[in-house]
Design a protein around this ligand. Structure first.
Ligand SMILES: *[C@@H]1O[C@H](CO)[C@@H](O)[C@H](O)[C@H]1NC(C)=O
Ligand SMILES: *[C@@H]1O[C@H](CO)[C@@H](O)[C@H](O)[C@H]1NC(C)=O
Ligand SMILES: *[C@@H]1O[C@H](CO)[C@@H](O)[C@H](O)[C@H]1NC(C)=O
Ligand SMILES: *[C@@H]1O[C@H](CO)[C@@H](O)[C@H](O)[C@H]1NC(C)=O
Ligand SMILES: *[C@@H]1O[C@H](CO)[C@@H](O)[C@H](O)[C@H]1NC(C)=O
Length: 290
């Protein structure tokens, strides 16, 4: 799956690249070839439209939105992060499949509200469903995280991964300790199958940061989970220290974050601490130089 993701992405980047050389900085391209479940969802058509939009768009669109353009896509991405923070697990990972329609409006002086009809994908069970969502970006001196409400997503929320979660939990509670040896995915886009649930878990934990950090001007994905180290289990919660590289498609920044989080099937994912680290040095960003 990892490798397929890379191939798809290389194809997509090719398209975006030819659209406008100046909108994608060269150093970002190699980072973009990391497999990401979310990005494999996007069609070439959408990518092209997004890239084109970036060059012309300065003011925030209001009223009915073009579903494949940036404003609708950015707001819809926040819904994906929200679903992962609420319902994600090592065996449940949500992706944005498509935006069907979107509407944006100013709410007095307090912020902007997006109404969206989107289709969401639970990647592991390969379940897709149409959902309606409302995303509110508060406006203020201090940056506040967006507020999300999702409705009519019942099928996705019913997905039952309890037995897989329980088995993983028991193993790492008693018999094994996780310590990754390579980035997830590695420089070749590969992930050891045993590590895949932890890659998903790293993405779910990162969603708490991506939700918190999102604005109308960002579009975050996880580029790579740099490492995850399991710490001593406390109160029946598996505890992890994790470094991730996020990617904001709008600014082409690759912010690096450190996270401390816990997980158990009953308790879900809880983030205890997050810290943004200084920017990755250029040579570290290129997987081939590792
Ligand atoms: C690419 O984008 C820049 C601004 O970001 C613009 O000045 C330039 O005309 C665009 N080029 C093409 C080929 O669209
Ligand atoms: C989701 O919504 C789109 C657009 O409204 C529609 O074309 C599609 O058939 C819907 N899919 C399902 C599974 O209901
Ligand atoms: C842990 O290992 C022991 C012995 O190798 C085995 O009997 C037991 O089933 C394992 N437990 C889990 C939860 O994998
Ligand atoms: C979200 O941001 C707020 C304020 O910036 C901060 O206090 C909180 O710890 C952050 N939470 C996460 C999960 O990053
Ligand atoms: C995890 O990765 C970060 C940045 O890539 C690094 O600073 C840190 O030492 C690594 N931790 C472990 C335990 O490998």
């Amino acid at each position: 799956m990892g490798l397929r993701g890379v191939i798809v992405l290389v194809g997509l980047m090719g398209t975006t690249w030819s659209f406008n050389m100046t909108t994608i900085r060269p150093e970002a391209v190699s980072t973009d070839t990391f497999a990401r479940p979310e990005t494999t969802e996007e069609t070439t058509e959408q990518k092209g439209a997004v890239a084109e939009e970036e060059a012309v768009e300065d003011v925030m669109a209001t009223g009915e939105l073009n579903p494949s353009h940036y404003p609708a896509q950015r707001a819809a991405k926040v819904v994906q992060h929200y679903l992962n923070t609420r319902y994600g697990s090592p065996y449940k990972l949500f992706g944005l499949k498509q935006v069907h329609s979107g509407n944006a409006e100013d709410v007095a002086d307090s912020g902007r509200k997006y109404q969206l009809d989107i289709s969401v994908h639970e990647i592991i069970s390969d379940t897709k469903e149409n959902c309606s969502a409302e995303v509110f970006f508060p406006r203020g001196v201090k940056q506040l995280s967006p507020q999300v409400q999702v409705s009519s997503c019942e099928e996705l929320l019913k997905i039952d991964a309890n037995s897989e979660e329980e088995a993983l939990y028991q193993q790492y509670k008693t018999n094994k300790t996780l310590r990754t040896e390579k980035r997830l995915p590695d420089s070749y886009g590969h992930i050891d199958p045993e590590m895949t649930p932890f890659w998903h878990l790293g993405i779910v934990a990162s969603s708490f940061i991506m939700l918190n950090e999102s604005t109308e001007n960002t579009l975050y994905n996880v580029a790579q989970v740099a490492n995850i180290t399991q710490l001593t289990t406390e109160n029946d919660q598996l505890k992890f220290d994790c470094h991730v590289l996020l990617h904001d498609m709008v600014s082409q920044e690759i912010p690096q974050w450190k996270l401390l989080f816990t997980w158990s099937p009953a308790g879900g994912v809880k983030v205890l601490h997050t810290e943004q680290l200084p920017h990755v040095h250029d040579c570290e960003k290129h997987p081939k130089t590792n």
